[in-house]
Design a protein around this ligand. Sequence first.
Ligand code: NAD
Ligand code: TYD
Length: 338
Amino acid sequence: MKYLVTGGAGFIGSNYVFYLLDSKEIDVVCLDNLTYAGNLSTLKDVMDHPRFKFVKGDITDREFINKLFEDEKFDVVVNFAAESHVDRSIDNPAIFLETNVMGTQILLDAALKHDIKRYHQVSTDEVYGDLPLDRPDLFFTEDTPLRTSSPYSSSKAGSDLLVQSYYKTYGLPITISRCSNNYGPYQFPEKLIPLIISRALADEKLPIYGTGENVRDWLYVTDHCKAIQLIIENGTVGDVYNIGGHNEFSNLDVVKIILERLHKPESLITYVSDRKGHDMRYAIDPEKIHRELGWLPETPFAEGINLTIDWYLNNKEWWEEILSGEYQNYYEKMYGQE
Ligand code: NAD
Ligand code: TYD
């Protein structure tokens, strides 16, 4: 089997590539155009792996994508490539529509044309909008209506609908997963957990939006990768699967846990203006993926957050190069002569 993994130089895509190479006999072509969020150095340990190949390219480039599909003859496409940061989508929505909606459509066309056996779309629970804090009994199911808040979540909902239409209209064998907030190694330090770890280590102020009461349902990244693979291997074609582990924490609680572990004072916490349209609570009901595919999260938050903090402590170079901008020269350094 040969998989195309798009966005594999980003956070979840790279963890998925490592998971596939470690535990499956699958050939992996990773396609990534290395936006600010893509970091080729993340993939340095697998660059010479006999079942791995990196290709630099853009999912919105139709001609290039067609040629790649023609040359490589993929069996499965797993689309992680996206603009993924809500705050950036509030500043500049256009690129979110180009990458997340148009890029997905171009991949779908190529998948159809080249008889791909499975197209899997990696989506998010943010397409369901948010839940109120005073109704802890409510959870997102696969039947919860789409009700987006940010340009990011709107673009992801748009791509989900397109993916579903390619199933219904053209019979393309698709699946979609909608996962809650991920954390773990290689997450770009603009997202809450790595931002707090890196700033706390430098004794910098820690910006908490609004009151810090907003709740997210945290899942360790490897548990997400395993769920995606189960869906591809055993899921029902045409279906959506929610992924999450009943692991809800307020932002403030997450920050306090990290500070305690790093022996840093809570006085670093600084309350800043709230995010526009800030979703209050996300919470997944993972009953379907548990019942149909036997998936359960394996990493409790207490363990996952320790693994994550240890990883950031042991891999300072990785995130310091991001903070300095040096990582963007990595491709040039490695491949500039080719
Ligand atoms: P990320 O921002 O870390 O990585 C995205 C990757 O996509 C980067 O390597 C980037 O270079 C690449 N990319 C962007 N535009 C591209 C283009 N036009 N062509 C080729 N590559 C392109 O994101 P992430 O957190 O790893 O998220 C991956 C996917 O999972 C996204 O689709 C996101 O919506 C979804 N998701 C993320 C979370 C989360 O908590 N991070 C939760 C649920 C779902
Ligand atoms: P984020 O990691 O951006 O993920 P998402 O918006 O996709 O859930 O943010 C997680 C939560 O943390 C969200 O409620 C916004 C909040 N947040 C802060 O309070 N301060 C920050 O500096 C960031 C980046 C996020």
